[in-house]
Design a protein around this ligand. Structure first.
Ligand SMILES: *Cc1c(COP(=O)(O)O)cnc(C)c1O
Length: 215
């Protein structure tokens, strides 16, 4: 499936009007598709799998900002620490510590977003409000910069449910907004990004609308 260039331009315009950033989610998609959007000026790309990200990073332009948006296991942080731009799905103090440790080894401070569980589904990863407070009020890790929050709404046609989930995440984000560097609210995907923008998202992660559906 080819990249949908006109959709890309349309989404870029929509996001520009809202002051939001597009992360083009390229998981499972070939290098040529990423290069095609890169050539149009896209620099932020999102990947979910460590090995796939490492392989792609080595073969694509060095100024791509790679967002790791999948569920990251602590023992794999070291593979992406030297280059990753931002890690979206941080859901434990242990993982945060490991990111800091690997950041230190790589001589960098790594940007991270804390993932909050907002969906009705049990299976989604993420912190609840108390766990979030525990991490944000705990001792800071020297080589991690917590830039904000990330969340995924329920996969549902019920727009009011999706909206209320995004709204709850947005409320938490506002609560911590005056912390240093705390400026990113990552919410919204192909199916729900418009609702996410209306609820205050400034970082949307869009895959299938740009690259076509995944197998
Ligand atoms: C795959 C994925 C996306 C993109 O999903 P689409 O529905 O294809 O836009 C966004 N965020 C996360 C965390 C993902 O895993």
């Amino acid at each position: 499936m080819a990249v949908d260039i006109s959709k890309y331009h349309q989404i870029r315009e929509e996001l520009a009007a809202e002051g939001a950033t597009l992360v083009a989610v390229s998981k499972t998609k070939p290098l040529a598709d990423i290069q095609e959007l890169y050539d149009l000026g896209q620099r932020d790309f999102g990947e979910n799998y460590v090995q796939e990200l490492v392989e792609k990073q080595a073969q694509l332009p060095a100024d791509i900002r790679w967002h790791f948006i999948g569920h990251l296991q602590s023992n794999k942080v070291r593979y992406i620490a030297p280059f990753v731009h931002q890690i979206h799905g941080v859901d434990s103090a242990k993982l945060l510590r490991e990111i800091s440790k690997q950041g230190q080894k790589a001589g960098r401070t790594i940007d991270a977003l804390l993932q909050v569980h907002i969906a009705r589904e049990e299976t989604k990863f993420g912190l609840d409000a108390d766990e979030l407070a525990g991490i944000l009020n705990g001792a800071p890790e020297p080589n991690v910069r917590i830039r904000g929050l990330m969340g995924m709404a329920s996969f549902s046609d019920d727009q009011s449910l999706v909206r209320s989930e995004f709204s709850s995440l947005s409320g938490l984000f506002k609560q911590y907004r005056d912390r240093p560097n705390f400026d990113s609210l990552s919410m919204g995907m192909s199916g729900d990004y418009r609702i996410a923008l209306e609820e205050g998202s400034n970082l949307v992660r869009i895959g299938s609308l740009l690259f076509g559906s995944r197998n």
